[in-house]
Every structure is written in C-alpha cells, then in structure tokens.
Design a protein around this ligand. Structure first.
Ligand SMILES: Cc1cc2nc3c(=O)[nH]c(=O)nc-3n(C[C@H](O)[C@H](O)[C@H](O)COP(=O)(O)OP(=O)(O)OC[C@H]3O[C@@H](n4cnc5c(N)ncnc54)[C@H](O)[C@@H]3O)c2cc1C
Length: 334
C-alpha cells in the first residue's frame, strides 16, 4: 500500500471542499471494507483519503414525504434490520441481509456499497500484471474473454469486458426506481440509481457517471405498495457470504392473481444492475402461473451472450426470476 494523507471532515461541504482541493488522487472512504482491499492490491492508489464517517446526520433512516431516505453512511445492517423496511420493502432488506457477512454489514455503508468494483478475478488478481484487464488498465486487453469465465456476465457485455457488477443492494434499488442525492463542487443534484452505472463498451475502466469529487449523501426510494409484494432472491455457491451467481429483485402489483405492475432487476449476470423490461412485459395483464413466471424469466435472457463456462447462467437466471415472482406474489396471501 502506498502512503496517503487521511482526514475526517465533519460536514459534507468540508468533505467535498477537501476533495476539490486534493484533486485527482483523492477518494472518499466510508466503511473501508472494499477500498482498503483494493489499495492493498494496488488497484486503487489514492494519495488522499477523506473519511466521511464523522459527517453528522449522514446515517439517518427516515421517511421524507413520499420517499424513504437512507443516509449514505447508514450501515448495511442498520437498513437491513429496520423493522419498517423489512415489513414494507422486503426486497431492500433481503438484498442487504444476503450480502457479505454480519461483520462486514456492520462496517459497510449503503453509500459505499453502490461504488464497489467488480470481483472479476482477472481484475483483482492481476495486480502484478500477469493477466491483462481493460478495467484495471485501459487498453491492456481482457483475459476473462476466452478464459475462466464461469462468474462473468452474460448481459451488457462488450468485446472489451464481461465483468459482473457485484452489488446486491443496487439491483434492489434499480428495481424500486431509487435515486441518489449527490453533493459536488458544482452543488447538489439527484440521479436515478440506474444511471449511476455505465455499460463497459470500449471504455470499461469508466464505471460510474459521478463527476469528480461528487459525494453520495443519501439514497431515496419512492414509497409504493409494490414494496410489500417483493423479494430479493439470490443464488450463490454457498448459502452465505458469497456473491450472486444469479439474483432477481422483484416487486409486484397484483389484482387477485393478475399482474398489474412488475419491476424486475437482475444481479450476478450483467455488467451493471440490470432492469429487465422484457420480463416485466411478459407478465403485465396476465394471471401469474409458474409457466408464465418461467416465460418471463426466459424473456430476460433473450439477448444473453454467454462465454465458454457460464451458459448455465441463462437457465439458472430464468429460474431465479420465476422463483422470485412466485415468492413475491405469495407475500400477498399471508
Ligand atoms: C469478503 C467480502 C464479501 C462480500 N460479499 C458481498 C456480497 O455478497 N454482496 C454485496 O453486495 N457486497 C459484498 N461485499 C462488498 C461489501 O458490501 C462492500 O465492501 C461494502 O458495501 C462497501 O461499503 P463501504 O462503506 O465499506 O465502502 P468503502 O470501502 O469505504 O468505499 C467503497 C467505494 O465507495 C466510495 N465511497 C464511499 N462512500 C462514499 C460516499 N458517501 N460518496 C462517494 N463515494 C463514496 C469510496 O471512494 C470507494 O470507491 C463483500 C465484501 C467482502 C470484503
């Protein structure tokens, strides 16, 4: 790890001001559960760390008007265990509760979670320059394409990169049409969570649409009755402490057994949190049956482009969606 300057500002304005002054080599840090790892791997090399955890009021979980609002510093575990979130928006609490481990969830923040970087092993383990990675070093090539690609994406890939977007929480947020509140050198703005993530295209090293020095201050989710008929269904190699092979965030509006509204987003299979209108359209206006649920799942993977070892994700992903739909709809009957 390289030496760096470390500061702990007390207000968002101070934090953003310090970033602007420090320039390109600065990074915000919150729980540190992923940034410190990447620094030890020499993938991230900041010379200036701005620890935002002492910023007052940034860890609130509240309702503001017609939106839920989570301060960026709220611990993943605090949001996962909030009784109102658990009752009215199980998709949100499950996405957090099924991520990482309890210890990590106690440290990690819901803001930092949005900006974690891929777990593609060529990105993380190639620090010594053994394997090329276009994300780690622009234009160097991609060892995952044609390589060991079992964990790689099948949707949203490019000739330059197939790395999966790793987070569970962003998938649930994209399904729920959530936004982030940002503060930067030019002031504050709001951005739909879905617009935070770039497709890799031929510039996979550019992952997020944040401007330089923009800080996430909060995440907001519009209130909706669909929250109650929701779930985050995650399939992984181990039942706990593992990233998704496939996952589906689903929220439904039902009239009896007929689907009036459906929001579906996928994790573990795509290069960014993946909203699937293809699957949603199959469902609207129809009776939800196991057959229809599977047809919706299959529609989501119509354009999938598997590599050598990950074609199982199209079938598994379709079934993950189908199961999630049945689980979510079942919550209306209890
Ligand atoms: C062993 C292990 C297993 C894991 N398993 C999972 C899993 O199954 N699912 C899952 O979703 N995640 C998993 N994770 C990832 C974990 O959830 C993230 O490390 C965590 O959410 C990051 O939050 P943090 O607060 O620690 O972020 P940090 O490490 O502090 O920061 C992460 C990034 O966010 C930036 N940042 C932080 N706060 C702000 C802010 N307010 N504004 C702007 N930028 C900011 C930092 O600059 C950095 O780039 C796992 C991690 C580990 C180590």
């Amino acid at each position: 790890m390289r030496p760096f300057t470390y500061i702990r500002p007390a207000t968002p304005q101070e934090a953003v001001g310090a970033f602007a002054e420090a320039g390109e080599g600065a990074r915000f840090i919150a729980g540190g559960t992923t940034l410190y790892d990447l620094m030890k791997l020499m993938i991230e090399r900041p010379n200036y760390l701005i620890d935002v955890t002492a910023v007052q009021g940034l860890d609130r979980i509240e309702t503001v008007g017609d939106r839920l609002r989570f301060g960026a510093n709220a611990a993943m575990s605090a949001v996962a265990e909030d009784p109102v979130v658990g009752r009215d928006y199980p998709v949100l609490s499950e996405a957090l509760a099924k991520a990482a481990s309890q210890q990590l969830r106690n440290m990690a923040t819901v803001g930092g979670n949005l900006l974690q970087r891929t777990r593609c092993m060529y990105f993380r383990n190639g620090g010594g320059g053994i394997y090329p990675c276009n994300k780690r070093e622009a234009g160097s090539g991609c060892a995952a394409i044609g390589g060991l690609d079992r964990g790689q994406a099948v949707l949203g890939t490019s000739q330059a990169c197939t790395a999966v977007s790793p987070g569970d929480w962003p998938v649930a947020l994209v399904a729920m049409d959530a936004s982030i509140e940002l503060l930067g050198p030019a002031g504050s703005r709001s951005l739909p969570v879905g617009d935070l993530y770039r497709l890799p295209g031929d510039t996979p090293h550019l992952e997020f649409t944040l401007g330089p020095g923009e800080m996430i201050t909060a995440i907001t989710v519009p209130k909706t009755p669909a929250g109650r008929l929701s779930t985050y269904h995650k399939i992984r190699d181990r039942e706990s402490y593992a990233f998704a092979l496939t996952s589906a965030a689903v929220a439904l509006e039902m009239s009896g057994d007929r689907v009036e509204g459906a929001r579906i987003a996928l994790g573990g299979v795509a290069t960014r949190p993946w909203r699937t209108s293809e699957a949603e359209e199959v469902l609207i206006g129809h009776r939800l049956t196991p057959e229809l649920a599977l047809a919706a799942g299959q529609a989501a993977f119509r354009d999938a482009r598997p590599g050598r070892h990950n074609s199982f994700k199209t079938e598994l992903g379709a079934r993950t969606i189908a199961d999630a739909l049945i689980i979510a709809a079942g919550r209306g009957r209890t």
